[in-house]
Write a protein that binds this ligand. Structure first.
Ligand SMILES: [Zn+2]
Length: 324
């Protein structure tokens, strides 16, 4: 797909349920004044918001598809449309002043469109006062405005906000779809599938992961832990050296423990991140379900010890020996 990301909703990868919901809304002409897009970070919620906004304002719309060519679509493509606003958290917070200012902005008619679309990203990052201020706007939105809220699926959003929006669920993409997106963004084809798997189908997260040392270290750790030739009694030095390297990740340690959990879960459910990441997967150690569950518990234990500020080196040493 050469012009990915595309303006057309059907041209975006995955999220069939979200596409069906939005298509149905647009086809019926019953368009709510507020949506809440809920799903993991980096799976395309903002791209969908842009596609929907473009479709609503397209001068030659077919169903839920923006034409991509009219003056309005061209402005959306260059992210230069005066009636498309994106409000993101600043330093992790959406401030009440910004929400009040938005309330003011919405009282003026759109500059040139039928509908002004405002994307409010990561609404879970709003404190209570800001959320209450937003509630007023959600209750009585001025005409010709649509709000698209996005939120990370694992985080709590005020029920009063959720109840005033049509909720559209998003999930992680398939490894194949994520890989295709990564390759279109310049990731090497042989590196893309493992990155896609370790990011659990979030292209955004995969692109961030790519620039850390975590994937290389994951390969090294999993390679040693699954190598039948490595003996935990004889090769203590190898494990200790790896544990030290892992502990050196510091603030990335919780994320790295998450990657180890994906590896163990994949072994448990027959998905194969090891095969994607390491050659000769068939000659590696295998464990039964009870042993794999014990490994998952060891990871959880390490996470809670880390949260309690235990010595990082020690936590990593104990963990790697338990994962052997
Ligand atoms: Zn158009």
């Amino acid at each position: 797909m050469s012009d990915y990301p595309s303006l057309s909703l059907s041209g975006l990868y995955g999220h069939d349920k979200a596409k069906r919901l939005l298509n149905r809304s647009l086809a019926a002409g019953r368009i709510p004044h507020a949506f809440l897009f809920r799903g993991p970070d980096g799976v395309g919620k903002k791209l969908f918001a842009k596609g929907l906004a473009a479709a609503l304002n397209c001068r030659d719309r077919r169903g839920a598809e923006a034409c991509g060519l009219c003056p309005s679509c061209r402005k959306f493509k260059s992210m230069n449309h005066p009636d498309f606003l994106v409000i993101s958290p600043e330093k992790g917070v959406i401030k009440i002043d910004r929400i009040r200012q938005l309330g003011q902005e919405l009282t003026y008619p759109p500059y040139e469109s039928k509908i002004r679309v405002v994307v409010l990203e990561d609404v879970q990052a709003m404190r209570r006062e800001a959320a209450n201020s937003l509630l007023k706007t959600l209750e009585e939105p001025p005409d010709n405005n649509m709000l698209i809220l996005t939120a990370e699926s694992s985080k709590e959003v005020l029920a009063t906000i959720v109840s005033r929006c049509q909720v559209v669920p998003f999930a992680g993409l398939s490894t194949a779809d994520t890989s295709a997106i990564l390759i279109a963004r310049g990731v090497a084809p042989d590196a893309a599938p493992l990155l896609a798997r370790l990011a659990e189908g979030s292209p955004g997260r995969a692109l961030l992961l790519q620039h850390t040392e975590m994937v290389a270290l994951w390969k090294e750790v999993v390679g040693v832990l699954t190598d039948p030739a490595v003996d935990s009694d004889r090769d203590v030095g190898i494990i200790l050296r790896l544990a030290e390297a892992v502990a050196g990740l510091k603030e990335d340690l919780p994320a790295f423990f998450g990657l180890l959990r994906i590896w163990v879960r994949d072994l448990l459910f027959g998905e194969d991140s090891v095969h994607l990441g390491l050659p000769d997967a068939h000659r590696r150690k295998s464990w039964n379900s009870a042993q794999l569950f014990a490994k998952l518990q060891a990871i959880s234990r390490a996470e809670s010890e880390l949260a309690r500020n235990c010595n990082k080196n020690l936590v990593c040493e104990v963990l790697l020996f338990s994962l052997q």
